[in-house]
Design a protein around this ligand. Sequence first.
Ligand SMILES: NC(=O)c1ccc[n+]([C@@H]2O[C@H](COP(=O)([O-])OP(=O)(O)OC[C@H]3O[C@@H](n4cnc5c(N)ncnc54)[C@H](O)[C@@H]3O)[C@@H](O)[C@H]2O)c1
Length: 348
Amino acid sequence: MQTQIHFENPKAIDYTIYIDELAPHHFARKVAIVTNPKVAGLHLGTLLEKITADERYIITVPDGEAYKNQQTLDLILENLFNHRFDRGSLLIAFGGGVIGDMTGFAASIFQRGIDFIQVPTTLLSQVDASVGGKTGINNSYGKNLIGAFYQPKAVYIETDFLKTLPAREFGAGVAEIVKMAVTFDADFFAYLEKADLHEKEALAKTIRKSVETKARVVGEDEKEKGIRAVLNYGHTFGHVIENLTGYRRFLHGEAVAIGMVMANALAMRLGLLEKDEATRIEALLQKYNLPTRFTVTDPDAFYEGFFLDKKTQNASVKFILPKGIGDFEIVKDLDRELVIDVLKEFSL
Ligand SMILES: NC(=O)c1ccc[n+]([C@@H]2O[C@H](COP(=O)([O-])OP(=O)(O)OC[C@H]3O[C@@H](n4cnc5c(N)ncnc54)[C@H](O)[C@@H]3O)[C@@H](O)[C@H]2O)c1
């Protein structure tokens, strides 16, 4: 299966997202595969059977969000300099979203930009992070605050890699899938309610559908000036939850799941969503054991948390809310008291 990402911006270069089509390929150039010890231990052998190159290097960096930083970026870049990589060389990101974001960013700045390919190995990175060209690293001020929009040359999604993914990581990916269905596609949502994503065919179909949605949205709005922001449904609340819990208690997708439930409560308050629709969304998240509740002990402090997000522009919080199932509304300049009141629903 293949999906094309076509950019409306004529300066951006279209590329293909291949699903379960990774065929043997020889690159007549220097190639570095950037990965971590966990992914390498599980799947590098499979990748190396497929990908050969004139010169092929493996750059292994430590695993985890805590290492998505300047130091690891430097490690990647130093490897490239040591091996005399040049403008014609290629990077391959082989891992989850952390590896993908960091490798993409390294590719964007090495000698002002070299080619890179995404081979995502988590569900979250297959349906979301690997497509769309957001790359970057974290620093002490927050997540993804240093980075670039830099598109890969291609994305190769292999669903077999997901067989080794821990259940919680799988669920985190489902949250991002639900996000896309709720905001853009009622039929897809209804399909997800019936499907079992642990079945290979249903999973491949779901990944394709999610990737198509993401590709369409990003193709229309590469730099998030408009509709791409809809992909942040659940994230405005989710980021505050991650922040309040020190990025330790929940995986990103888990915080997004709770964030969607909170956004739904706000949408209901504004008459955008019916109670039974909110119940259906929560039930779908729970089907994959995602958390859907978080106790807001201090609604005022939670509210202040919205302003730490880089997406909160000019001190006005922008909420992405579902309008029924399959559509969305972007709501700005809401009364502080109204939002606090909704947060209080979660304080028990
Ligand atoms: N660029 C974007 O548009 C975008 C979108 C969403 C999220 N992100 C970023 O993605 C990151 C989260 O990505 P993630 O959820 O993939 O986390 P991750 O990259 O940390 O991977 C999660 C864990 O799974 C392991 N793993 C990877 N593949 C595996 C496999 N096949 N089997 C077993 N274990 C495997 C990883 O080593 C890691 O321990 C965050 O940094 C987030 O900011 C980026």
